[in-house]
Design a protein around this ligand. Structure first.
Ligand code: ATP
Ligand code: MN
Ligand code: MN
Length: 307
């Protein structure tokens, strides 16, 4: 899977824009974004977000009555006559409704019509669903953690991964934190990927217990950062790069350079209100991603992780 970050291509066609009904409906009071703005954002960002959605099972967060209404997190969606969405073989996730993949910019328009705001993806792609192709570390600030501590934590995690010989790419979450992504070769099962990611997090928390917690739950991390490894199990998802967030102000998850970590002001640095300039730049911070997939063997050995 080649991740390319070329300039966004505008796929907005008259035919597809016509499919958005109630385009004037207000979605988010804070930014003033309307349903039509959400649809227009995804068409404008289509060239950037599609490589992150391609062939990956997706869960979608819908906000039919705007962010102040009820939100629906859906792993399954009736595809019906929507050409841009594809249902996968039910055997990939036995006992459940078929998984769904967004396969084209037209699909982004069809989902916008269904009031989809967020796209969350699996750490695996459909032709080999039992072998994850990445590990995601989700840096979550506990209550009272300052942004500067999050920036430091991201660099620290990166250095540790470097020690282990692993590549790491970073993006804003569009919310409170950052996501660090490690591309891996598709050779390990889910238990191994998750077990290894847990061991990394546990090690960091053991060495720096005042700053990090290896336990989830708000009470375990007051004043600390939880590096969430629970995103790495079968069926778990993380918000996709370039997805909007269904939170006030509508942040966006944006891939960044490691050098940029210190320049941004929060996980919601970019939002529907200020993304335009970023969309127009090259957006190449993850240019090396496709060629970076690493084997975990040497890292497991260095960490002393017994599979
Ligand atoms: P923030 O930076 O504010 O933490 P985030 O997207 O990382 O934003 P988290 O709550 O840490 O939010 O969740 C991480 C990921 O876990 C989400 O992006 C989502 O894909 C998944 N997730 C979280 N809550 C749920 C849920 N209730 N059901 C399914 N998946 C969830
Ligand atoms: Mn998070
Ligand atoms: Mn989390």
């Amino acid at each position: 899977l080649g991740l390319r970050h070329d300039k966004p291509v505008s796929h907005m066609k008259k035919e597809s824009s016509r499919t958005i009904t109630n385009a004037e409906r207000l979605i988010d009071t804070a930014s003033g974004a309307r349903k039509g703005d959400v649809a227009a954002y995804y068409q404008r960002a289509a060239g950037l977000i599609m490589p992150h959605l391609k062939d990956r099972p997706v869960a979608m967060l819908r906000a039919p009555d705007g962010l102040k209404g009820e939100l629906f997190f859906q792993k399954h969606i009736e595809v019906g006559r929507m050409d841009g969405l594809m249902q996968l073989d039910p055997a990939l996730d036995p006992g459940r409704d078929p998984l769904v993949v967004v396969r084209s910019p037209a699909g982004l328009n069809e989902t916008a019509q269904l009031n989809v705001i967020e796209f969350h993806t699996w750490n695996a792609i459909r032709d080999r669903i039992d072998r994850p192709d990445r590990i995601t570390f989700d840096l979550d600030p506990g209550q009272g953690v300052k942004w500067a501590a999050m920036q430091e934590a991201a660099h620290l995690l990166r250095s540790f991964l470097q020690e282990l010989g692993l590549p790491a790419f970073v993006k804003t979450s569009g919310g409170k934190g950052l996501h660090v992504v490690v591309p891996i070769v598709r050779r390990y099962d889910w238990d191994t990927a998750k077990g290894f990611s847990r061991a990394v997090v546990q090690h960091i928390a053991d060495v720096l217990p005042k700053r990090f917690s290896a336990k989830s739950g708000p009470r375990n991390r007051v004043g600390k950062i939880f590096i969430d490894y629970l995103r790495n199990g079968f069926g778990a998802t993380t918000v996709a790069a370039w997805s909007l967030r269904a939170r006030p102000g509508m942040g966006i998850s944006v891939p960044i350079d490691w050098d940029e970590v210190d320049m941004i002001e929060g996980g919601d640095h970019w939002s529907v209100s200020n993304i335009d300039e970023r969309l127009d730049t090259g957006n190449t911070p993850w240019a090396g991603y496709a060629d970076s997939a690493a084997a975990l063997g040497p890292a497991m050995k260095r960490l002393g992780y017994e599979n």
